[in-house]
Ligand binder design. Structure first.
Ligand code: NBP
Length: 472
């Protein structure tokens, strides 16, 4: 058998679909999995009749690939990536290229790029988004590493990626761990939007007593608007309409209300804190998952801590697409993107990644979980001003904020009075209100710090550092 163009390690959900995608696009492939029976099952199942061969061990795998070899690893992030790298390295030749397509921590990718490049192998850390379907039909891909390494995989990834009106949803992101940093922030934005849509659902259900079908109709309506048309709104409608085959009731209502948080969502928030970027909507989503996991504590507290009784307030109606609730949802989604992009802008400076913001918006327009029509506006905003400090001050986004802020405030106030938690909506309101306030109360914070710790302060009317003996 002739040598294959492309190698894949790790036949999990993503690996299986990505190799089928590569083969469909003309790249004969060889696959390896730690447990060989999975390789056999794949070759006898979905891989049958395709130009895909299997390998029992890594030496066999490497020998079946044309040189320079292009090998995609789709294994769990962390020690598994290092384990595969260590196992395969003795069989590689100069110029061969390893791609880590998992959700790795960008710090690990920085280290691996250096390690492998020093051995004259290439290493690409590539975020892949789109889930199983995206992996098969065309994901969004975020590859980082040396430009030379990217050039060696460009024809492969541009064919495999989702295609939108202005090209494939993949581009060279930048050096080192930049591809995985961008994927991490993508996932942070994803956390935000998922929680925002869950808050809208919770208000419609608990305050308005709407049925699954009625709520699904609202999401359907929202999905036809420029501001909210997106993959996540689309699947929210599907989730709300799906029935439990056992009794025909809404399946969503049978699902335990606990969501995990680890990896990329957590790293987004930690990176933001380290870089001094403000991401409160994304943090609120992460914390929403933390609170959700305290199931037994919440159940105990429910009978001890008495809040207001749920009471009705104006969330709009189907005639106006639930206008105030839509305002809250739109602005919170805008805030998630704005915070993610801001984090990328700040990290790019700090890490010398030279991220090209319009291109990042462009490759998120298709294939990935956060794809949305709004990304075209984000792309336009950064094309108009590549140094834009925050998306919210771009004219189109500023207009949205000015128009929708009263609706968001009404929803947050109503939710507070009804005792329904809306962490992303309320964080977004505070975020916008803080950002649009020229003078915040941190003057008093500075006074206190100087009072108890002689930390000094600066004055609005004079240059220099000042100290006052406040307690004398
Ligand atoms: P899974 O975690 O389901 O599967 C990983 C595969 O790697 C298994 O088939 C496993 O083999 C194999 N593997 C090999 Br080869 N060496 C391994 C080792 N040393 N330790 C552990 N496993 C090893 O993969 P997945 O859900 O396709 O995810 C792969 C990566 O893609 C992860 O980083 C994930 O976060 C990321 N990702 C996932 C999605 C998604 O929607 N699932 C989306 C985007 C990114 P075995 O059969 O012997 O266990």
């Amino acid at each position: 058998m002739s040598k294959s163009h492309f190698g894949l390690i790790g036949l999990g959900v993503m690996g299986e679909n990505l190799v089928l995608n590569a083969e469909r696009n003309g790249f004969s492939s060889v696959v390896y999995n730690r447990t060989y029976s999975k390789t056999e099952d794949f070759l006898n199942g979905r891989g049958q009749g395709r130009n895909i061969q299997g390998a029992k061990d890594l030496q066999d795998f490497v020998e079946k690939l044309e040189r320079p070899r292009r090998i995609l690893m789709m294994v769990k992030a962390g020690p598994a990536v290092d384990a595969v790298m260590n196992e395969i390295s003795p069989f590689l030749d100069e110029g061969d290229l390893l791609i880590d397509g998992g959700n790795s921590d960008y710090h690990d990718t920085e280290r691996r790029v250096k390690e492998l490049e020093s051995k004259s192998f290439g290493f690409i850390g590539m975020g892949v988004s789109g889930g199983a379907k995206g992996a098969l039909e065309g994901p969004s891909m975020m590859p980082g590493g040396t430009k030379a390494s990217y050039d060696a995989i460009e024809n492969l990834v541009t064919k495999m990626a989702a295609q939108v009106e202005d090209g494939p949803c993949v581009t060279y992101i930048g050096p080192g761990g930049s591809g995985h940093l961008v994927k991490t922030v993508h996932n942070g934005i994803e956390y935000g939007i998922e929680q925002i849509l869950a808050e809208a659902y919770d208000l419609m259900k608990r305050v308005k007593g709407m049925t699954g079908e009625q709520m699904a109709d609202v999401f359907l309506q929202w999905n036809s608007t420029e501001e909210l048309s997106s993959y996540l709104v689309e699947i929210t409608e599907v989730c709300l309409r799906t029935k439990d085959p056992a009794d025909g009731g809404d399946l969503v209502e049978k699902i335990v209300d606990q969501a995990g948080q680890k990896g990329t969502g957590l790293w987004t928030v930690v990176t933001a804190l380290q870089m001094g970027a403000s991401v409160p909507t994304i943090y609120a989503a992460l914390n929403g998952r933390v609170m959700s996991s305290m199931k037994s504590q919440r159940e105990t507290a429910e009978s001890i801590l008495k809040g207001p009784a749920i009471k009705d307030f104006d969330l709009g109606s189907s005639a106006d697409a639930m206008a105030p609730l839509m305002d809250a949802t739109v602005l919170s989604c805008i805030a998630s993107y704005a915070q993610g992009m801001e984090l990328l802008r700040i990290s790019s400076k700090d890490l010398d990644y030279e991220l090209h913001m319009p291109s990042i918006a462009q490759i998120w327009k298709g294939g990935c979980i956060i794809r949305a029509r709004l990304l075209k506006r984000i792309q336009d905003a950064y094309n108009a001003d590549p140094q834009l400090e925050n998306l919210m001050i771009d004219p189109w986004f500023a207009e949205q904020i000015n128009k929708r802020l009263p609706g968001l405030a009404k929803v947050v106030a109503g939710a507070a009075e009804a005792g329904v938690p809306v962490p992303c909506f309320s964080s977004t309101l505070d975020y916008i209100n803080s950002y649009r306030t020229g003078r915040l109360p941190q003057n008093l914070v500075q006074a206190m710090r100087d009072c108890f710790g002689s930390h000094t302060y600066q004055r609005v009317d004079q240059e220099g550092n000042f100290h006052t003996e406040w307690l004398d």
